[in-house]
Design a protein around this ligand. Structure first.
Ligand SMILES: [Zn+2]
Ligand SMILES: [Zn+2]
Length: 439
């Protein structure tokens, strides 16, 4: 109750201040926003703990979606639900004319059995790949939703002052939908989430990713990798293990292909342009020590940061595997599945918003970051409109992030006071963007 009271006080002060300093053209003041973020922090923690205790897998975020919609409705917003299965979208209409910008948070948990021992630890169970499993917000998406809701609450309180509107996107299945299903950001776009009203910019953030506690990390250009997968079947000719000359040994050919694929990143593409990775993660072939099998299957993952290089790597995988196979008289069947594109921070948008990010982070708390070789489907949104994606350290400030459980660990956790930084980041990015465009 007291929290609500403080919040109302802040809004009243803000509006009084705005009116005193020039009526309709007054701007939302940063200090007020930051004060409101402080006031709503206990509520953000409460939301986060509820989401954390009640995680659901991708495309199954039914209760999560319901809770998000309830909270948005309680703010007086009119959320649309059921987008891309369980996605929720609401728009805060600003009181003055101006552009539309978007905030995006992801909603899904992972098939990980929680081991944190937190009082609000998840006991949820689910099914993934036909296997029963524990479910956990092991990637911090619980905090993303709570922070976005905190920002929504503040922005909604000051909406009359906003020169433009804010689209709140709560997205399912970021960790990719279950096998055989569609989902996530791509499906939201396919279902027309931006068809009627397309935002001029989209903001997102992720906790963890080995960044230092309490700090914001960002870089211009590619920040997260494009993630593709491949499958190669090497077809040889079966024979006795003691008489290899009578057949074509697919195990030897597959071994050569594994090594050949490693020359793509190291010898075939321009390493000075961007890093890339080709990993063979699984090889299946053979049954006993003295039987040369008919075929071998291998599957792997490709990480890249540049769309041109990504295409080139695909071609080189084909060429390398085919060339090696044909040198041995074997054949190959190659399938490359394109996954999430690289998450690229729009350089102009970052330049424009950098003073905001610096101020929100505080002196010495904005850090540079190398491109991260994991992927994010925020990239689908950022491919449609300029995007800005931040990392926020999940640990306690001063603790070496390398010593903490990483994202997807059954021990992953968030130092909750840092969520206030995330709320301030989302809110100030929107407010500054809209005020900037109004100048
Ligand atoms: Zn994740
Ligand atoms: Zn994640």
């Amino acid at each position: 109750m007291q929290r609500t009271h403080f919040r109302r006080c802040s809004v009243a002060l803000l509006i009084a201040g705005a009116l005193a300093s020039g009526g309709a053209n007054a701007q939302v003041e940063h200090e007020k926003i930051d004060g409101m973020a402080r006031d709503i922090q206990p509520q953000v923690v409460e939301w986060r703990r509820w989401f954390h205790e009640n995680p659901e897998l991708g495309n199954r975020e039914f209760n999560t979606s319901k809770r998000v919609a309830e909270i948005l409705t309680s703010m007086g917003l009119k959320p649309k639900t059921g987008i891309a299965h369980t996605g929720v979208v609401a728009i805060i209409e600003g009181g003055k004319p101006g552009p539309l910008v978007a905030i995006r948070a992801d909603m899904d948990g992972l098939p990980v059995t929680e081991e944190t021992g937190l009082p609000f630890a998840s006991k949820a169970r689910g099914e993934f790949n036909n296997t029963e499993t524990g479910v956990m917000h092991a990637c911090g998406h619980d905090t993303h939703m709570a922070m976005a809701l905190g920002a929504a609450s503040i922005l909604n309180s000051v909406k009359d002052e906003l020169a433009g509107s804010v689209m709140l996107i709560f997205q399912p299945a970021e960790e990719s939908p279950p096998p055989g299903e569609e989902g996530g950001a791509q499906l939201m776009l396919e279902q027309g989430v931006w068809k009627e009203r397309k935002p001029e910019a989209v903001f997102g953030l992720h906790v963890g990713i080995n960044q230092p506690g309490g700090k914001i990390a960002v870089r211009p250009g590619p920040q997260l990798a494009a993630v593709d997968s491949f499958r190669i079947i090497v077809k040889g000719k079966q024979t006795h293990g003691a008489r290899p000359w009578n057949g074509v040994d697919p195990i030897v050919v597959a071994s050569q292909i594994v090594l050949g694929l490693q020359t793509i990143a190291s010898r075939q593409v321009d390493v000075t342009k961007a890093p890339s990775i080709v990993t063979v993660g699984r090889i299946i072939g053979g049954i006993r020590n003295n039987v040369i099998p008919e075929s071998v299957e291998m599957v792997g993952t490709i990480r890249s940061f540049d769309a041109g290089m990504q295409r080139e790597i695909h071609e080189r995988i084909e060429r390398t595997a085919r060339g090696i196979a044909s040198s041995a008289g074997a054949e190959v069947e190659i399938t490359i599945a394109t996954g999430y594109p690289a998450t690229v921070n729009d350089p102009e948008l970052l330049e424009r918003m950098l003073p905001t990010v610096e101020r929100v982070a505080g002196p010495g708390n904005l850090v540079d970051v190398n491109p991260q070789t994991v992927g994010e489907d925020f990239s689908f949104f950022a491919n449609e409109t300029p995007g800005l994606y931040l990392f926020l350290g999940n640990g306690e400030p001063g603790v070496d992030p390398e010593t903490l459980p990483a994202n997807h660990s059954p021990l992953f956790d968030m130092y909750e006071p840092s969520m206030e930084i995330g709320v301030r980041a989302y809110t100030n990015l929107v407010v500054d963007y809209l005020q900037g465009s109004n100048n």
